[in-house]
Write a protein that binds this ligand. Structure first.
Ligand code: WT7
Length: 645
């Protein structure tokens, strides 16, 4: 083989195979388009494409600034980007303060419900007062601009208040999902050197009381020298120990405050707003840093346009504030947009498996934003629990976290959305801060595709050298230009920031996912690059194989890994969860193998199938294939701090 040819075949060999094709387009109804804020997707894409910096600059004018920016976007040092350079602002002003001058003040900002039925609501006016009071209390505790606060809280309004009070004072919050172990909490507290830890005595989940304060005590007992104080919300009926001099009740410090005269710290737009450790399916968590200005603009505009927000929307994102989804799209985004956001503390299928639909009916939720893992769980219970409820208020549905397999997509669309609600499959990451690849509600949809990059975003599928791959091949998803809500660095680790995102493929932001673009320019995500299998020289993403399994009537969820094979190099092994009412059998194994071969062709055939009751998942619901693989091969499983069980 000539040198040239050899090189090109090596490059080709990193590419993934494209095994499936969904060509059916789901068009929005005429009525829907008429009412949509953005009526033409193509026009919006073209407008932003001409001058993406100008596009974001225009959007930014809809928000309030203490001082406008000198430059919309600047690459200050190679691969370190700043947006709205020279501006002065605070995201708190846009999330709460500015609404005090309009009728939004009297609107419900947060609807909260706790498992068991306890309810709380706050108008924008009430929430503003509470946040000011909390900021006053934080100041008395001694928090100053630049300090860090660790937050280990359930999905309750006090969590939103905490984040907003921190923002107001220029203090960084580092929210740690309140399901993580004390070790994970300890490491994150130490990573950010937090001065204060805020938690609740406990939280309710599936009929049990989760003892959050106890976990915090454990974390802090073991070498957390930076923690000076602990604030505890009295959230459930549970006695706890309070350490003299260190621990105070949230309710007590709030009683002392009037909320008057607490100044908002007017930040340099590029000052950090928060640190958030990524859930990490593959490696040690990274402390992702977001700033005020860019994050604020990116999150505000993407939420408003992708969910086509109207003044009277009741919006429910089922994520947790502990994830970026919660930061951007339960708290900051909805409040900046002035809509009503629902915070439910509990799980969606308890006490009854139709709880989620019951809540949607009761509050007339109009926008539902959830994850494929939850859609599949609900699908497992069948259509009946959904059909019992009046979901006619629903207008738009959303999905995030993993590729949504076409089978689950169609069920979500037909059964939940009654065939009238478009599904916004939003691809993004903790690092991107905001939606990156997503349809708008007027976009013709394909089941399982996140469609195209959001206006102003340039994404493509490339090989390791950064060369675009031809249609019909899969490769690495990369982002080719800067966007406002992009991470500014990794906390205390700019070197890892550069290595992880900017130095793998030249001149682009490397995402870590594989995917392909179809003939219509639609993007399909095939899964994490680390999970790709190499079967007889063909690189196969996990998503399509798992999706083929789930499209069998007996299967509700599947995790697929590659394991060594003497001839093929690797072969696929599938771990399969069956739907209620189906039994495992040799016939079923044969049927499933046939199903995969039938829909993906012979190279992607699954060699082994194991039936399992559960799959190892991150606490945000992503399958941890790395753990399945380590167990299968009898190798050490590595860092499992993010594992659910
Ligand atoms: C990774 C980011 C950002 C929201 C929550 C997760 C996967 C996310 C999709 C989607 C296919 C998706 C990717 C991405 N992912 N959304 N719509 N389709 N894959 O945040 O924990 O930072 O995870 O989640 O693999 O890289 P995260």
């Amino acid at each position: 083989m000539k040198q040239e040819e050899k090189k090109s075949s090596e490059e080709q060999s990193e590419l993934t195979e494209v095994l499936t094709e969904e060509s059916k387009l789901y068009q929005p109804s005429k009525e829907f388009v008429q009412k949509a804020n953005i009526k033409s997707w193509e026009h919006e894409l073209a407008k932003a494409d001409k001058d993406y910096e100008g596009y974001w600059g225009e959007v930014a004018k809809e928000l309030e600034w203490s001082k406008s920016w000198d430059t919309v976007h600047q690459e200050k040092k190679k691969n370190f980007h700043n947006w709205f350079v020279g501006s002065r602002c605070n995201i708190f002003v846009n999330a709460l303060e500015r609404h005090q001058k309009t009728e939004v003040k009297n609107k419900i900002a947060i609807i909260h419900e706790q498992e068991g039925g306890r309810k709380k609501q706050f108008t924008y006016g009430e929430l503003y007062l509470e946040v000011n009071k909390l900021a006053g209390a934080f100041k008395k505790i001694g928090l100053k601009k630049g300090d860090r606060v660790a937050v280990y809280m359930p999905n309750i309004p006090e969590t939103a208040m905490t984040m907003l009070a921190c923002a107001k004072l220029g203090v960084l919050h580092s929210v740690v999902y309140a399901g993580y172990s004390y070790m994970a909490l300890r490491d994150r507290i130490n990573g950010a050197e937090a001065k204060l830890l805020i938690t609740a005595n406990g939280s309710l989940r599936r009929g049990k009381t989760v003892k959050l304060k106890e976990t915090c005590d454990q974390a802090v007992a073991e070498d957390c020298p930076s923690i000076e104080k602990m604030v505890v919300v009295n959230n459930v009926d549970l006695d706890i120990e309070m350490k003299e001099g260190r621990d105070v009740w949230f309710e007590d410090i709030m009683k002392e405050e009037t909320g008057e005269g607490v100044d908002t710290e007017i930040m340099d737009g590029n000052d950090p707003l928060f640190v958030l450790y990524t859930s990490g399916t593959t490696s040690k968590p990274k402390g992702v840093v977001h700033d005020h200005a860019g994050y604020m603009v990116g999150v505000y505009h993407t939420l408003k346009t992708v969910f086509d927000l109207k003044d009277d929307d009741v919006y429910w994102c089922t994520a947790d504030p502990g994830w970026i989804t919660g930061h951007s799209y339960i708290i900051y985004g909805p409040l900046m947009c002035g809509i009503t956001t629902v915070m439910y503390e509990g799980v969606p299928d308890f006490p009854e498996n139709d709880f989620i639909w019951d809540l949607i009916e009761r509050y007339k939720v109009s926008v539902l934003y959830t994850a494929p893992t939850l859609v599949r769980l609900m699908m497992k219970y069948g259509d009946e629990p959904v059909k019992k409820h009046d979901l006619s208020a629903l207008r738009i549905l959303g999905s995030v976290g993993e590729p949504i397999n076409p089978e689950a997509w169609r069920w979500y669309y037909e059964v939940v959305g009654g065939g009238r609600c478009p599904i916004m499959d939003t691809w993004w990451q903790t690092e991107t801060g905001m939606f990156m690849l997503t349809p708008l509600p007027v976009t013709p949809l394909k089941a399982g595709s996140c469609t195209k990059p959001f206006p102003g975003i340039k994404a493509s599928i490339v090989d390791k050298k950064g060369k675009r791959v031809p249609v019909g091949k899969g490769g690495f998803l990369v982002i080719e230009n800067a966007w406002p809500a992009m991470l500014t660095t990794l906390w205390n680790n700019p070197k890892r920031y550069l290595e992880t995102y900017w130095e793998k493929i030249p001149n682009v932001y490397t995402v870590g996912d594989m995917g392909y673009v179809d003939k219509d320019g639609y993007f399909w995500i095939q899964g994490r690059a680390d999970d790709v299998m190499n079967i007889a020289g063909h690189r196969i993403g996990t998503a399509e194989v798992e999706s083929a399994l789930v499209s069998h009537e007996a299967v509700v969820e599947a995790g697929v890994i590659g394991k060594p094979h003497p001839i093929k190099g690797e072969c696929a092994k599938a771990f399969v969860i069956l739907k209620d009412g189906f039994e495992q059998s040799d016939e079923l194994i044969d049927a499933l193998k046939k199903q995969v071969r039938g829909s993906l062709g012979p190279i992607a055939g699954v060699d082994e199938i194991a039936f399992v009751k559960k799959l190892p998942k991150t606490r945000s619901g992503k399958i941890m294939r790395r753990i399945l693989k380590a167990e299968e091969l009898g190798k050490p499983v590595g860092d499992i701090s993010t594992l659910e069980d």
